[in-house]
Design a protein around this ligand. Structure first.
Ligand SMILES: [Zn+2]
Length: 309
């Protein structure tokens, strides 16, 4: 007797296999994530504050945050400033942004010719917007370093410009937004809650791989599980322990929340960074809280570590 495979069955077979067959696979050998800074703002050890570098096909393409000390690690990494296309800032606290002017000064001595795209949240009374950040650093009248104005003044002669883009971050606008795409990389962002500070999380897609960055956030907007969905790597900030009750609780995720988030987003690999004294001494307990919901690989990477999806 002949077996007849009906159209319906074919459709259901396709439905079974299509997601795996047609979903873009992460071309793991092409992408790596290097830690340029794995600590928070405190002054207690010899590590840099928050910063991450994404490599694609052996070239340094994108930096997330530029905390103090991270520029030295950028030099150590062997990356070229000329190859960078994008700087993403999760927010403009000192421990995430104060290294940036050092890149711009150091970049003066490179052969960079392509404009540098810079993204960050909009501002409020506590923090500048991305555009204000750049203007208040390098603006002719308002800048701390007006001698570097040539990189932001459209009328000045310079080999490249810094193009700053402010992305509104608020509870009223929680939707994901695609903010950047070139022929190899795309970036999507969503607002996250970090006390009263405007803050963004990011989803970077390159060579079929998804790398997520929570930045500093408390989890109150609940935007991150969606933004981080199916991340090959999620970098989550572990700044507090589970029993934190102080102001840190308003600003940061508890380990238990990180575990739930990673499980809900089906994260393939979880990295815990932005460690502070109050979290680094509690690693065991942190892991136990995360394991209540998330079974995948978890690590605490160090500065300059390279992580592959
Ligand atoms: Zn921070």
């Amino acid at each position: 007797m002949k077996r007849v495979i009906s159209g319906g069955l074919i459709l259901s077979i396709l439905a079974l296999f299509a997601p795996a067959a047609f979903a873009q696979q992460c071309q793991a050998g092409r992408v790596s994530l290097q830690m340029l800074g794995t600590r928070g703002p405190a002054l207690w050890d010899a590590r840099a504050s928050t910063s991450y570098l994404l490599w694609l096909d052996g070239k340094a393409r994108l930096v997330v945050d530029a905390g103090p000390g991270s520029v030295r690690n950028f030099g150590q990494s062997g990356a070229n400033y000329e190859d960078l296309r994008v700087f993403l800032f999760t927010h403009f606290h000192v421990d995430h942004s104060s290294g940036f002017p050092a890149y711009v000064k150091g970049g003066f001595f490179t052969d960079r010719t392509e404009d540098l795209q810079l993204f960050g949240p909009g501002g409020n009374e506590y923090l500048p917007s991305a555009e204000q950040f750049v203007q208040r650093l390098f603006g002719q009248r308002s800048g701390v370093y007006p001698y570097l104005n040539l990189f932001v003044d459209p009328a000045a002669v310079s080999s490249y410009k810094i193009r700053a883009h402010s992305i509104e971050s608020s509870h009223e606008n929680p939707d994901e937004r695609k903010i950047y795409a070139d022929n190899q990389i795309s970036v999507t962002t969503a607002a996250v809650h970090h006390g009263v500070l405007p803050a963004l999380a990011y989803r970077v897609e390159l060579a079929g791989c998804v790398i997520g960055f929570t930045g500093d956030m408390s989890g109150r907007y609940e935007t991150m599980p969606g933004l981080a969905r199916d991340s090959d790597i999620l970098v989550a900030h572990n700044a507090i322990a589970e029993d934190e009750t102080g102001v840190g609780r308003l600003l940061h995720m508890k380990p238990g929340y990180i575990g739930k988030l990673a499980a809900q987003a089906r994260v393939k690999q979880l990295l815990l960074t932005h460690l502070m004294k109050r979290s680094i001494d509690r690693k065991k307990e942190t892991l136990r809280m995360i394991r209540e919901n998330y079974a995948g690989p978890v690590s605490f990477p160090d500065d300059l570590d390279i992580i592959e999806p």
